[in-house]
Design a protein around this ligand. Structure first.
Ligand code: GYE
Length: 346
């Protein structure tokens, strides 16, 4: 049976002002959130609005900020959407609570960006029992029963890891270091997240083909600059022969670079350390241009439009692919970053 739009258990929503500022929306009718600490707004869905509850991971990185903006800019009330945005603040329990809240409100769709892969079975079952389609975005979930969610829209994170490994192999070859011993450290993302699992295992796959690559240590920097700075300091104290630093996102690269410079080491082609990163956000690309990050593997944060396309197909009762990957590329210090940046949104 078709559900009536906007007539479910709706409470007055609260506006997350900072999100609206991020999104550049003036008066703020486009996004609402249910955080009890925010000022109450009069915003209510129109009867025909498609009501979407988004449970976001947090705001740990530049990538995430752009990703959040893209949802807000895509699902506007002018286009007939009513968005309820919940920031999980990097805690799965907050995200589970948010999904339950969405179910209670009787939203039309749930969009879930899961912080880690496991632990979702129970709440996704509740959503399915309530007849609410769930679109998993960005990272993945690992559930016993795949029919607990409708589909996933995001990045092929394992492929990103493989691409980074292949790039390093080619680069070392070009520098005559193909068979030399190469010491590597990895700053991993949030343990158990698809972005960490995919990038670590994709890179490890390539590493297996190179017995001379020696992974000294993996440590998590939780995708944040501050944590990565501390971890990199620790790596540099412990090892004096690091050749390669893999940072599983750009914000961790920023922290690592700070620590490397403070230790008096040089980055880049003629330096001591080859640093590779993931995301390719604007500030990181400026460091690629300087040669400090030697290669950056793009993770496209603008997922909103593809989620919208998927949701519209579901609205029309059309089938959707279970997994949809967004197009991605990479950038390295040899490219003309300046002109690439002119056309880039983020
Ligand atoms: O790389 C990182 C963010 O899940 C792909 O999460 C995303 C990752 C992204 O914090 O910057």
């Amino acid at each position: 049976m078709m559900k009536m739009r906007g007539t479910s258990l709706f409470m007055p929503a609260f506006v997350l002002c900072f999100l609206l500022l991020l999104a550049g929306c003036g008066a703020g009718h486009d996004a609402a959130a249910t955080s009890g600490t925010e000022p109450e707004s009069e915003s209510m869905p129109d009867e025909d609005d498609i009501v979407i509850g988004i449970s976001q991971v947090g705001s740990e990185s530049d990538w995430r900020t752009t990703n959040t903006k893209a949802y807000i800019n895509t699902f506007t009330q002018e286009k007939g959407y009513y968005l309820i945005f919940e920031d999980g603040q990097q805690k799965q329990e907050n995200q589970v609570k948010a999904v339950r809240k969405f179910i209670l409100k009787g939203v039309d769709y749930i969009v879930l960006a899961p912080i880690v892969e496991t632990g979702w079975d129970a709440v996704l079952k509740e959503a399915r029992d309530a007849g609410i389609p769930v679109i998993i975005v960005d990272r993945n979930v690992s559930v016993e029963d795949e029919s607990l969610y409708t589909c996933r829209v995001g990045s092929d994170l394992m492929q990103e890891g493989r691409n980074a490994g292949e790039w390093l192999a080619d680069y070392l070859e070009s520098r005559g270091r193909r068979n030399k011993k190469i010491n590597i450290v990895t700053l991993q993302g949030t343990l158990g997240s698809t972005a960490q699992i995919g990038r670590t295992s994709g890179f490890a796959e390539v590493m297996e083909k190179h017995p001379n690559w020696n992974m000294l240590e993996y440590q998590s920097g939780d995708f944040t600059q501050a944590k990565a700075y501390e971890v990199m300091e620790y790596f540099l104290e412990k090892y004096d022969d690091i050749d390669v630093v893999i940072c599983e996102n750009d914000n961790m690269a920023f922290g690592a670079i700070e620590a490397i410079k403070e230790a008096g080491l040089k980055l880049g082609k003629n330096g001591d350390i080859i640093l590779i990163s993931f995301d390719a956000v604007r500030d990181a690309l400026l460091l690629v241009q300087k040669g400090e990050i030697m290669a950056d593997f793009e993770c496209n944060p603008i997922i909103g439009p593809l989620v919208e396309e998927t949701l519209q197909k579901l609205e029309r009762g059309e089938p959707v692919e279970k997994v949809q990957y967004i197009d991605e590329t990479y950038f390295d210090y040899r490219m003309d970053i300046e002109s690439l940046l002119e056309e880039r949104e983020y």
